[in-house]
Ligand binder design. Structure first.
Ligand code: GRF
Length: 188
Protein backbone atom coordinates (compact mmCIF):
# COMPACT_ATOMS: atom_id res chain seq x y z
CA UNK A 1 0.00 0.00 0.00
CA UNK A 2 1.08 3.57 -0.69
CA UNK A 3 0.67 6.29 1.89
CA UNK A 4 1.18 10.05 1.85
CA UNK A 5 2.65 12.13 4.67
CA UNK A 6 1.68 15.79 5.15
CA UNK A 7 4.17 18.00 7.02
CA UNK A 8 5.02 21.69 7.38
CA UNK A 9 8.20 21.75 9.43
CA UNK A 10 11.27 19.84 10.48
CA UNK A 11 9.86 16.43 9.60
CA UNK A 12 11.45 14.26 12.27
CA UNK A 13 8.26 12.17 12.35
CA UNK A 14 8.29 11.97 8.55
CA UNK A 15 11.84 10.67 8.87
CA UNK A 16 10.83 7.96 11.35
CA UNK A 17 8.06 6.80 8.98
CA UNK A 18 10.47 6.78 6.03
CA UNK A 19 13.02 4.75 7.98
CA UNK A 20 10.38 2.22 9.04
CA UNK A 21 9.22 1.96 5.44
CA UNK A 22 12.76 1.43 4.16
CA UNK A 23 13.37 -1.19 6.86
CA UNK A 24 10.20 -3.03 5.76
CA UNK A 25 8.46 -2.65 9.14
CA UNK A 26 5.79 -0.14 8.08
CA UNK A 27 4.06 -2.43 5.60
CA UNK A 28 3.72 0.53 3.22
CA UNK A 29 5.62 2.77 0.87
CA UNK A 30 5.60 6.53 1.29
CA UNK A 31 4.70 7.61 -2.23
CA UNK A 32 4.24 11.35 -1.58
CA UNK A 33 5.11 14.14 0.83
CA UNK A 34 2.66 17.07 0.84
CA UNK A 35 4.17 20.26 2.26
CA UNK A 36 2.76 23.79 2.52
CA UNK A 37 6.08 25.57 3.16
CA UNK A 38 8.71 26.01 0.47
CA UNK A 39 11.51 26.37 3.05
CA UNK A 40 10.60 23.43 5.32
CA UNK A 41 13.43 21.14 6.38
CA UNK A 42 11.22 18.13 5.71
CA UNK A 43 11.69 18.76 1.96
CA UNK A 44 15.42 18.07 2.26
CA UNK A 45 14.68 14.83 4.05
CA UNK A 46 12.30 13.77 1.26
CA UNK A 47 14.90 14.61 -1.38
CA UNK A 48 17.55 12.53 0.38
CA UNK A 49 15.24 9.52 0.33
CA UNK A 50 13.95 10.06 -3.20
CA UNK A 51 10.36 10.63 -2.11
CA UNK A 52 8.19 12.72 -4.46
CA UNK A 53 6.86 15.99 -3.04
CA UNK A 54 3.94 18.27 -3.70
CA UNK A 55 4.75 21.72 -2.33
CA UNK A 56 2.13 24.45 -2.35
CA UNK A 57 1.58 27.94 -0.94
CA UNK A 58 -1.95 28.33 0.40
CA UNK A 59 -2.22 32.00 -0.53
CA UNK A 60 -1.67 31.18 -4.21
CA UNK A 61 -5.13 29.58 -4.18
CA UNK A 62 -8.56 31.18 -3.86
CA UNK A 63 -9.73 28.80 -1.13
CA UNK A 64 -8.89 25.73 0.91
CA UNK A 65 -11.20 23.68 -1.34
CA UNK A 66 -9.08 24.73 -4.32
CA UNK A 67 -5.71 23.63 -2.94
CA UNK A 68 -7.21 20.48 -1.45
CA UNK A 69 -8.49 19.54 -4.92
CA UNK A 70 -4.91 19.88 -6.19
CA UNK A 71 -3.70 17.72 -3.31
CA UNK A 72 -6.28 15.05 -4.18
CA UNK A 73 -5.04 15.05 -7.79
CA UNK A 74 -1.51 14.43 -6.50
CA UNK A 75 -2.65 11.72 -4.09
CA UNK A 76 -4.30 9.94 -7.02
CA UNK A 77 -1.24 10.32 -9.23
CA UNK A 78 0.85 8.69 -6.51
CA UNK A 79 -1.78 6.05 -5.62
CA UNK A 80 -1.85 7.11 -1.98
CA UNK A 81 -4.65 5.37 -0.10
CA UNK A 82 -3.91 6.59 3.40
CA UNK A 83 -2.64 9.89 4.89
CA UNK A 84 -0.45 10.43 7.97
CA UNK A 85 -0.23 14.03 9.16
CA UNK A 86 3.11 14.76 10.82
CA UNK A 87 3.32 18.37 11.92
CA UNK A 88 1.01 19.65 9.16
CA UNK A 89 -0.02 23.04 10.49
CA UNK A 90 -3.45 23.28 8.83
CA UNK A 91 -6.90 21.96 9.52
CA UNK A 92 -8.01 19.41 6.96
CA UNK A 93 -11.04 20.75 5.08
CA UNK A 94 -14.22 19.11 3.89
CA UNK A 95 -12.87 18.51 0.37
CA UNK A 96 -10.13 16.15 1.62
CA UNK A 97 -12.33 14.67 4.36
CA UNK A 98 -14.98 13.74 1.80
CA UNK A 99 -12.44 11.74 -0.25
CA UNK A 100 -10.22 10.38 2.53
CA UNK A 101 -12.41 10.46 5.68
CA UNK A 102 -11.47 7.59 8.03
CA UNK A 103 -8.12 7.26 6.25
CA UNK A 104 -6.35 10.30 7.72
CA UNK A 105 -4.51 10.19 11.03
CA UNK A 106 -2.52 12.73 13.02
CA UNK A 107 0.07 12.72 15.81
CA UNK A 108 -0.22 15.25 18.63
CA UNK A 109 2.22 15.92 21.49
CA UNK A 110 -0.18 15.62 24.46
CA UNK A 111 -2.64 13.17 25.93
CA UNK A 112 -5.76 14.40 24.12
CA UNK A 113 -8.32 15.70 24.91
CA UNK A 114 -5.89 17.70 27.07
CA UNK A 115 -4.02 20.52 25.33
CA UNK A 116 -5.30 20.45 21.73
CA UNK A 117 -4.09 22.99 19.16
CA UNK A 118 -0.84 24.89 19.07
CA UNK A 119 2.10 24.44 21.45
CA UNK A 120 0.71 21.50 23.41
CA UNK A 121 4.06 21.19 25.19
CA UNK A 122 3.97 24.82 26.38
CA UNK A 123 0.35 24.32 27.47
CA UNK A 124 1.29 21.25 29.53
CA UNK A 125 4.18 23.08 31.23
CA UNK A 126 1.97 26.08 31.92
CA UNK A 127 -0.73 23.86 33.47
CA UNK A 128 1.86 22.14 35.67
CA UNK A 129 0.72 18.59 34.84
CA UNK A 130 3.01 15.78 35.95
CA UNK A 131 2.17 13.52 33.01
CA UNK A 132 1.77 14.45 29.36
CA UNK A 133 2.40 12.30 26.32
CA UNK A 134 1.57 11.51 22.73
CA UNK A 135 -1.73 10.78 20.96
CA UNK A 136 -2.38 9.33 17.54
CA UNK A 137 -5.93 9.94 16.36
CA UNK A 138 -8.19 9.95 13.33
CA UNK A 139 -8.71 13.34 11.74
CA UNK A 140 -12.16 14.90 11.57
CA UNK A 141 -13.23 18.49 10.94
CA UNK A 142 -12.21 19.64 14.45
CA UNK A 143 -8.87 20.64 15.93
CA UNK A 144 -7.33 17.41 17.31
CA UNK A 145 -10.78 15.98 18.07
CA UNK A 146 -11.04 12.70 16.09
CA UNK A 147 -11.20 9.21 17.59
CA UNK A 148 -8.12 8.17 19.56
CA UNK A 149 -6.09 5.25 18.16
CA UNK A 150 -3.05 5.11 20.47
CA UNK A 151 -1.55 7.02 23.38
CA UNK A 152 1.62 6.87 25.38
CA UNK A 153 2.35 8.80 28.57
CA UNK A 154 5.51 10.85 29.10
CA UNK A 155 6.31 12.11 32.62
CA UNK A 156 6.94 15.83 33.07
CA UNK A 157 10.04 16.18 35.27
CA UNK A 158 10.45 18.92 37.87
CA UNK A 159 13.23 20.68 36.00
CA UNK A 160 11.82 20.18 32.49
CA UNK A 161 11.82 23.13 30.15
CA UNK A 162 10.17 23.30 26.73
CA UNK A 163 13.19 21.82 24.98
CA UNK A 164 13.80 18.89 27.33
CA UNK A 165 10.11 17.87 27.43
CA UNK A 166 9.83 18.20 23.66
CA UNK A 167 12.87 15.95 23.19
CA UNK A 168 11.43 13.18 25.36
CA UNK A 169 8.00 13.49 23.74
CA UNK A 170 9.52 13.33 20.27
CA UNK A 171 11.54 10.23 21.15
CA UNK A 172 8.23 8.54 22.03
CA UNK A 173 6.59 9.87 18.84
CA UNK A 174 9.32 8.43 16.63
CA UNK A 175 8.69 4.97 18.02
CA UNK A 176 4.88 5.10 18.42
CA UNK A 177 3.94 6.61 15.03
CA UNK A 178 5.51 3.97 12.75
CA UNK A 179 4.31 1.14 15.03
CA UNK A 180 0.75 2.48 15.05
CA UNK A 181 0.67 3.06 11.28
CA UNK A 182 1.96 -0.49 10.72
CA UNK A 183 -0.72 -1.93 13.02
CA UNK A 184 -3.52 0.04 11.36
CA UNK A 185 -2.44 -0.86 7.84
CA UNK A 186 -2.05 -4.54 8.67
CA UNK A 187 -5.79 -4.60 9.45
CA UNK A 188 -6.75 -3.08 6.10
C1 GRF B 1 5.29 16.74 16.46
O1 GRF B 1 5.58 16.98 17.80
C2 GRF B 1 3.86 16.33 16.29
O2 GRF B 1 3.30 15.71 17.41
C3 GRF B 1 3.15 17.64 16.05
O3 GRF B 1 4.06 18.43 15.33
C4 GRF B 1 5.38 18.02 15.64
C5 GRF B 1 6.10 17.82 14.32
O4 GRF B 1 7.47 17.61 14.50
N1 GRF B 1 1.89 17.45 15.36
P1 GRF B 1 8.38 17.09 13.29
O5 GRF B 1 8.22 18.10 12.16
O6 GRF B 1 7.89 15.73 12.90
O7 GRF B 1 9.77 17.06 13.82
Amino acid sequence: MNIAVFASGSGSNFQSLVEASEAGSLGAEISLLVCDRKDALVLERAKKHGIPTFVFTAKDYGSKAEFERKIIEQLRTHDAEFIALAGYMRLIGETLLKEYGGRIINIHPSLLPAFPGKDAIGQALEAGVKISGVTIHYVDEGMDTGGIIAQEAVPVLVDDDHKSLQQRIQAVEHDLYPRTVAQLLSKK
